[in-house]
Design a protein around this ligand. Structure first.
Ligand SMILES: Nc1ncnc2c1ncn2[C@@H]1O[C@H](COP(=O)(O)OP(=O)(O)OP(=O)(O)O)[C@@H](O)[C@H]1O
Ligand SMILES: [Mg+2]
Length: 473
């Protein structure tokens, strides 16, 4: 079926921002288009995921996608995440159950709206996402200072912040390295925010998101007729970042050909647009990031050594979260507040058990993983599900976790306490664990539990009191 896509609202637009509305209902599309246009947005519409992807391939460049969660909506969301990773997608659905919301957020949606929705809620979400993305746009007003909700608690992050503050006012190139989700983008934005370039654009380019040729035209732009379909001159991101900062994310994924071109731009401060012959001069500060060990890539011949030295003037290595555990709880608190406010849920502190589970977790996905867990906790209001996510609870009670903790702390204090004390502590905790499990299994039927444990009813009641056990709320 041909696509009935529509572009509307250019004239009335007051925001220099586009929204792509994807929904199979003509009524929903027109309603949203009208609502958004009234609010100053330019709007494209598409009746299916296929048509939306078609529009994007044809060069539509929305700041946001509003996606109706029809039967194919999940597939569309996955494709959008894969092919257009940097465009935020807000999902709209009549399904309001927590399971769907979590599933959709896991697929990579930036936010979720339940239909029929409150117009204010939609406006709020769009404004916030657009605010966040504004940094990617040309001539953007300064990105928000990143200090407020950012946690710089531990010694390593404080050193990094001090280093940023020292170098941000120079124009040296900064190379940020760290595992996925450690906060590389946050650091990059701070380098920009603290520099004299702060009122100029911060332009982010994900070098892994585009095939090499497209990335080249995205970075350096093209002249009319440079290739089939180049109907008008397009400015590249380097030009759009003039006087500001360009953030080259995932720099390790750049092809050898582009590495050579980038090196030349860094050396000369000029380049030519594709299909052009005039040199374009730009004044741009380059910040790059990678989660791959660039040095090893150089050794393996996968990354140019001369470019590496050029980029690596100031190196900022962000340690993984498991190496800065003192930041885990402050981060939890920050995210609890952020998402309780966002989802309109009452804020309540987490239990000591969950705190120590967080502190003991390895966090292979770093801060992003922690953030997602807290988001899930706020939405589902269930600590047990988070325990399960952390791999702590698989089919057992949280008691086993406490037991593990006791054993761990005993191991840590080896040599400081007597063997008898060790045995006492571990057996007390093991007892507590066993009672807790049996009580859960019997649904807190104390008589039955006493039988199971082969103790008198009275003894069991006493143990329950001593161990401070309570039925789950
Ligand atoms: N110190 C921090 N304080 C508050 N939030 C943080 C902090 N560090 C990271 N985050 C949050 O964690 C998430 C991941 O951070 P960011 O995108 O900067 O990581 P990244 O290293 O660029 O990840 P990737 O390699 O996956 O691109 C973001 O939502 C960010 O807001
Ligand atoms: Mg990143």
């Amino acid at each position: 079926m041909p696509c009935e896509s529509a572009t509307r609202g250019e004239e009335g637009a007051t925001r220099d921002a586009r929204v792509l509305v994807v929904d199979d209902s003509q009524g929903v599309r027109s309603y949203l288009a009208e609502l958004l246009e009234k609010d100053g947005w330019s709007v494209d519409t598409a009746e299916s995921g296929r048509c939306a992807l078609h529009l994007l391939d044809a060069g539509a460049n929305p700041d946001l996608v509003l996606l109706g969660l029809s039967s194919e909506g999940r597939k569309t969301l996955a494709a959008l995440r894969r092919l257009h990773a940097d465009v935020p997608v807000v999902v709209m659905s009549v399904e309001a159950d927590a399971g769907t919301i979590v599933e959709v957020m896991r697929l990579g949606a930036s936010d979720y709206l339940t239909k029929p929705f409150d117009e204010g809620a939609l406006a709020g979400i769009l404004a916030r996402l657009f605010e966040r993305r504004r940094g990617d746009r040309p001539n953007a007003p300064p990105a928000e200072a990143t200090d407020g909700p950012i946690v710089w608690r531990g010694a390593a992050m404080q050193r990094i912040r001090a280093m940023i503050d020292q170098v941000s006012d120079t124009d040296v190139t900064v190379l940020i390295q760290g595992e996925s989700g450690v906060g590389k983008e946050i650091v990059a934005r701070r380098v920009h925010d603290r520099s004299r370039r702060t009122a100029k654009p911060f332009v982010k380019v994900n070098c892994a998101a585009l095939p090499s040729d497209l990335l080249e035209s995205e970075l350096f732009g093209y002249e009319t007729g440079a290739f089939t379909g180049a109907n008008a001159r397009k400015l590249g991101r380097f030009e759009r970042a003039d006087k500001g900062t360009i953030f080259l994310d995932e720099i390790g994924e750049m092809s050898p050909k582009l590495q050579a071109k980038l090196l030349q731009v860094l050396q000369d401060g000029e380049f030519t647009r594709l299909g052009g012959n005039r040199e374009v001069r730009v004044d741009v500060r380059v910040v790059c990031a990678t989660n791959r060990a660039l040095k090893e890539m150089v050794a393996a011949g996968e990354f140019r050594e001369d470019l590496y030295f050029r980029l690596n003037v100031i190196a900022i290595d962000i340690p993984p979260l498991r190496e800065r555990r003192d930041e885990i709880l402050p981060l939890v608190e920050t995210f609890l507040q952020r998402y309780s406010t966002k989802y309109g849920k009452a804020w309540k502190p987490i239990s000591p058990e969950l705190s120590s589970a967080f502190e003991g977790h390895g966090f292979p996905g770093n801060v992003r993983e922690l953030e997602n867990l807290v988001k899930r906790l706020v939405i589902l209001q269930s600590e047990n599900l988070v325990f399960a996510d952390l791999g702590v609870l698989t089919g057992t009670s949280s008691g086993s976790y406490r037991l593990m903790q006791v054993i761990k702390s005993v191991e840590e204090s080896a040599g400081e306490i007597s063997l008898r004390e060790v045995a006492r502590k571990v057996s007390l905790e093991a007892e507590r664990d066993a009672i807790d499990r049996v009580l859960r299994r019997t649904g807190w039927n104390r008589k039955q539990a006493a039988k199971f444990l082969n103790v008198s009813y009275k003894t069991l009641l006493q143990k329950i009191r001593e161990c401070g056990l309570q039925p789950d709320a």
